[in-house]
Design a protein around this ligand. Structure first.
Ligand code: ZN
Length: 308
């Protein structure tokens, strides 16, 4: 039983409109689901991914309007790494991000930058290997497009405390830059730690990561819960998120993990050609639409100008 890499990474934004602009127009991802936080349906949950809304390419945001900036500290993810196919792709993104006023830091095979709210992002050249998960965008040629997650890096004061759960319970394999890889039959995703900054404890808020989800095959999900509980982890039980099913728990460093099923997926309740255009509420929340819709910030359809 192995994870098929990262399923999604969920973060916090205080500015849904700016968030949509950055992740769709600038980074070229597709808004694949515009819905609400199922634990707080008065705020958006926005999902950006490849053209098909695939697990493995799915960065999501809870919007808390006007939320203060947070800061990553111990027990929090501080960088999300996304794959690109070549150094030429890094040239493209370095120029594009600088033209957007973002500062970038280039090193061999990597380009590090922050999103407009300070969320740490990195593009990593990974040639060959897993299938690229790409979205279409008129300003981003396919050969330089983002290709899905490579991994995440978290801050931990005691990374060794996590080793046993990661390796023995979750099946992570040690490898590469002091980290691990969770690899299944089709995809892999990396996880690694860095020492926390001296600036002090982390502060959740805009521009921080809320949790990272790992991809489970549909038939393995119950067994993952049993395995977690057998290892003494305090797991949430199985929660039906409609587009996938989820189990939540904190790994020993404090990072909130989720195990999410690969299906049924975002096309279950929307035409694949129109993903993300309308506010979609899971059936259990549909009766709240009249209260929810007026309190949400109206958002543009990022594709309205070029898909007509
Ligand atoms: Zn999640």
């Amino acid at each position: 039983m192995r994870f098929e890499g990262i399923h999604h990474v969920t973060c916090i934004t205080g500015d849904a409109a700016g968030n949509v602009d950055f992740y769709t127009r600038v980074l070229g991802l597709r808004l694949v689901k515009k819905t609400v936080n199922q634990d707080d349906p008065t705020v958006y949950h926005l999902f950006y991914a490849d053209e098909d809304g695939s697990p493995g390419a799915d960065i999501t945001f809870f919007e808390y309007p006007g939320a203060r900036r947070g800061r990553a500290g111990a027990g929090m993810v501080h960088v999300i790494a996304l794959r690109v196919g070549s150094e030429e792709a890094l040239d493209f993104w370095e120029a594009r991000l600088r033209a957007e006023g973002r500062s970038t830091r280039r090193s061999d095979g990597r380009l590090r930058f922050d999103d407009p709210e300070g969320l740490g992002l990195e593009l990593v050249v990974v040639a060959g290997g897993d299938a690229p998960l790409m979205a279409r965008n008129p300003e981003v040629p396919a050969e330089v497009a983002l290709q899905g997650f490579d991994g995440v890096r978290a801050f931990s004061e005691a990374p060794e405390a996590s080793r046993r759960l990661l390796e023995e319970t979750l099946g992570f394999m040690p490898g590469g830059e002091g980290g691990w890889e969770a690899r299944g039959a089709v995809r892999g995703g990396r996880y690694a730690y860095d020492p926390p900054p001296a600036s002090g404890a982390g502060i959740p808020g805009a521009g921080t990561v809320h949790h990272v989800a790992w991809s489970s095959n549909m038939e393995d999900h119950d067994a993952w819960l049993a395995r977690l509980r057998g290892a003494g982890a305090h797991a949430s039980g199985i929660i039906d998120r409609f587009w996938f099913r989820s189990i939540y728990f904190r790994e020993p460093s404090g990072v909130l993990f989720e195990i999410a099923t690969l299906g049924p997926g975002f096309a279950i309740d929307e035409d694949i050609d129109h993903l993300g255009e309308a506010l979609i509420l899971p059936p259990a929340f549909e009766h709240l639409r009249a209260q929810i819709e007026p309190v949400l910030t109206p958002l543009p359809d990022p594709r309205a100008s070029w898909m007509a």
